[in-house]
Design a binder for this molecule. Structure first.
Ligand code: GLY
Length: 560
């Protein structure tokens, strides 16, 4: 769903000249929000109307999503916020990713034979990293917002008290997590109120979560990580097999990082650095394709080249990427156009490269729309791209009694054993092995695109497929697509292992399927459409801002 509004640039001649000379120098004059749920978008709008900026709106939207889209993100999870501060032009990456607890060990999810224990890294409190989202919200409000947390969290508290209707996306998550209802009564009591999977439209009230949000609103960081909430979290997690301590919670820290950025063709890409793998993979794939003269190729060859770029970027993801505070990630090399040129010459235009022909680690041996993304621009030109997650639908399925907080299962994003695929069939190596205090490698990648044409703010949920969804939308924007076209386009994906091209119905024509199979690609049609991309754009030439939400989702973009 898309909404647009045109800003008629100031009548002042000087301003006009300035705006022509420096695209984007004059603020857009309108705000735009695209999020996964209409109530979250409304929360952001209310905060802007109360004098908040895009960063306050991001706090309000994140907290609202924790209540109205709890299958995707929440206070028990974490995420990344990419900010553009209009006054200074500065870009900042706020890393509120979960961390492994101090008692975590590299082999904690392996049996005595060294084989992965089924479900250990995905269900229950042992699967949960120390949450980062509440700290991220407190940090954003304190360092970048204008309004107190009490104001920005008010809509979320109201939604939790009044209740939110079960929609089709929440219902999918509840069906997926049906067993958690039997195992963990706190979760069951809230989300299966009559002891059954609820019908569409059933109102879900979250009183404990409202109180937890209130303590965060009044106490900030300490209101969640210490005091009553902190005590309940540690006791509740430990009582059901978790290994958290009070020190783990009190010691959690948000990290401000430099985003990764690069000029590719006429476009500047600003995206997520490690512990996200997304920004590096995106720039690497764009660099590979930049020298391939895509405009001169027929559509099947263009898609073949894109698939080969995906394959190579995911190979490197598996080998090199991890938490930069623990491992030396060769960022400069992976972002270098020269490195990409070497990868490009290894691509044959007439043959798929089998993944096992590339040097790499090998498998010893869901997927999804869990996670959430929203994009915001305010009338002053401040921007936020944020991707938040509890990993699988409803994270670990475990709600800490008395808190309403559903714990993530983000520990599964670590490489629990080199070469053992995780829940997204992603491989990993030592760089992403479990260590106390370490952040698991992520595919979440809030991103900005900039050119003389304007700006795009984008991202999506979808596990490993996030990276290729953002690549395809970026390529489309660089070729002139608007926000609606970016969220709507049909998707295809290759992640090195398994060696197959997953595609949505309609992503390839019959001729393209034939041409790709002739080259040796193994194609697999996705059982259903995937992703839930939310994009905001600002067109410097027309002054128009647009907010577009994915037609696969339930929301609509708003311009104010
Ligand atoms: N939990 C999904 C990701 O961070 O990639």
């Amino acid at each position: 769903m898309i909404h647009r509004k045109t800003t008629f640039v100031s009548i002042l001649c000087l301003t006009l000249l300035w705006s022509v000379a420096v695209p984007g120098a004059v603020p857009p004059g309108h705000a735009a929000i695209a999020s996964a749920h209409p109530l979250a978008t409304r929360a952001g709008q209310q905060i802007l109307e109360q004098g908040g900026n895009a960063f306050d709106a991001a706090v309000a939207i994140s907290a609202a999503l924790a209540v109205v889209e709890p299958q995707s993100s929440g206070l028990g999870g974490g995420g990344f916020f990419l900010l553009h501060i209009a006054d200074s032009g500065r870009e900042v990456f706020i890393d509120a990713r979960e961390v492994a607890p101090a008692a975590a060990t590299a082999d904690m999810y392996l049996d005595k034979n060294g084989d992965p224990l089924r479900g250990a890294s995905t269900s229950g409190p042992l699967a949960a990293g120390i949450p980062g989202q509440p700290a991220g919200l407190a940090y954003l409000a304190q360092h970048y917002g204008r309004l107190p947390l009490k104001t920005s969290l008010a809509p979320a508290i109201r939604y939790a008290e009044e209740g939110v209707a079960v929609n089709k996306r929440m219902l999918s998550g509840l069906r997926f997590r049906r067993k958690a209802f039997d195992r963990w009564p706190a979760f069951g009591k809230v989300f299966y109120p009559d002891g059954e999977t609820p019908a569409l439209g059933t109102m879900i009230r979250q009183k404990d979560l409202a109180n937890t949000l209130r303590r965060l609103a009044t106490g900030g960081f300490a209101g969640f990580y210490k005091g009553e909430t902190g005590r309940l979290l540690v006791a509740g997690a430990r009582a059901s097999g978790g290994i958290w301590s009070a020190e783990d919670l009190a010691g959690y820290t948000v990290v401000e990082r430099e985003p990764v950025s690069a000029k590719v063709g006429n476009m500047r890409v600003v995206s997520s650095p490690p512990p996200s793998s997304g920004g590096i993979a995106l720039i690497n794939m764009l660099n590979i394709l930049d020298g391939a003269d895509l405009a001169s190729l027929d559509s099947a060859t263009k898609k073949h080249m894109t698939i080969e770029a995906m394959r190579r970027a995911f190979r490197d993801r598996a080998e090199y990427l991890g938490d930069p505070d623990y491992v030396a990630v060769p960022v400069e090399r992976l972002l270098s156009p020269l490195y990409a040129a070497g990868q490009r010459v290894s691509i044959r235009s007439d043959r798929a490269t089998p993944s096992d022909a590339l040097p790499g680690i090998w498998p010893a041996g869901a997927k999804g729309d869990q996670t959430t993304h929203f994009s915001i621009i305010d009338s002053e030109g401040n921007r936020v791209a944020a991707t938040l997650s509890v990993n699988f639908f409803f994270g670990s399925g475990f709600m800490v009694p008395g808190t309403g907080v559903i714990l993530n299962n983000e520990m599964d994003d670590f490489s629990i054993k080199p070469g053992a695929p995780n829940g997204f069939e992603l491989l990993g190596a030592e760089a992403n092995a479990i260590e106390p205090g370490k952040r698991p490698l992520s595919s979440m990648m809030p991103t900005f695109l900039e050119s003389d044409r304007g700006i795009a703010i984008l991202g999506t949920p979808g596990g490993s497929r996030i990276i290729t969804m953002v690549l395809l939308a970026t390529m489309a924007w660089s070729e002139g697509a608007d926000a609606e076209a970016m969220v709507s386009l049909k998707r295809f994906h290759h992640q090195f292992y398994p060696d197959q091209v997953l595609y949505e119905e309609g992503a390839f024509s019959d001729e393209e399927i034939h041409a790709l199979e002739q080259r040796g690609h193994r194609l697999k049609k996705a059982r259903r459409a995937y992703g839930n991309m939310n994009v905001v754009t600002w067109d410097f030439r027309t002054g128009e801002v647009e907010a577009a939400t994915d037609p696969r989702g339930i929301s609509e973009g708003r311009v104010y």
